[in-house]
Design a protein around this ligand. Structure first.
Ligand code: 5GP
Length: 189
């Protein structure tokens, strides 16, 4: 059986990556999202084991020491990392696996798996990104300011990615990404 494709999916906090992702997963049976480990506290409505594996700093450090993470990075004040075993297992089974990670994680994955496909999701504008972050209402002004400045830094990486997708409309962005994935599969045949 053919192995699945590893897809790095990156974009600023608040850009709408999660909403697009839900739709991608609903529309493509062969796609799986890797569930990361994080030291961040769950937001209202987030579920342990579904959105993230929520762990303490100590547990996270133990995962690093035991080489259980494919990549990891600090984002604002929290740690985030991709569990290695589950991703490799899904790829072996033929599933395409999306890693929703920030740019430092992208750099690590690109080194380990140069053949991975990389997609960067951009907001229509910085003003729109700020509006979306505020509308979510889950972060304090301080955290929003941190995330916005990080978003501007991260956007400088966008040209290095294989594909840049502007989230001006969720349905349109979703269709564009589904087409990207379908084309990769065709090229690999
Ligand atoms: P959030 O706190 O908004 O859920 O995530 C903050 C940032 O961390 C986002 O850019 C998200 O893509 C990134 N992130 C989530 N999981 C991982 C991971 O496993 N590794 C890395 N490097 N970044 C992650």
């Amino acid at each position: 059986m053919a192995k699945g494709q590893l897809i790095v999916y990156t974009g600023a906090s608040g850009v709408g990556k999660g909403t697009i992702m839900e739709q991608l997963l609903a529309d493509n049976d062969n796609l799986r999202l890797s569930v990361s480990a994080t030291t961040r506290a769950p937001r209202p409505g987030e579920v342990d084991g579904v959105n993230y594996h929520y762990v303490s700093r100590e547990e996270f450090e133990r995962m690093i020491e035991n080489d259980l993470l494919l990549e990891y990075a600090q984002y604002c004040d929290n740690m985030y990392g991709t569990p290695k075993a589950s991703v490799l297992d899904l790829i072996e089974k033929g599933f395409d696996v999306m890693l929703e990670i920030e740019v430092k994680g992208y750099e690590q994955v690109k080194k380990l798996f140069p053949e991975c496909v990389t997609i960067f999701v951009l907001p229509p504008s910085i003003e729109e990104l700020e509006r979306r972050l505020r509308k979510r209402g889950t972060e304090t002004d301080d955290v929003i300011a941190q995330r916005l400045s990080r978003a501007v830094e991260e956007m400088e990486y966008a040209p290095a990615f294989d594909y840049q997708v502007i989230n001006d409309d969720v349905q349109r962005a979703k269709t564009e990404i589904l087409n990207i994935i379908a084309n990769i599969k065709n090229e690999n045949k």
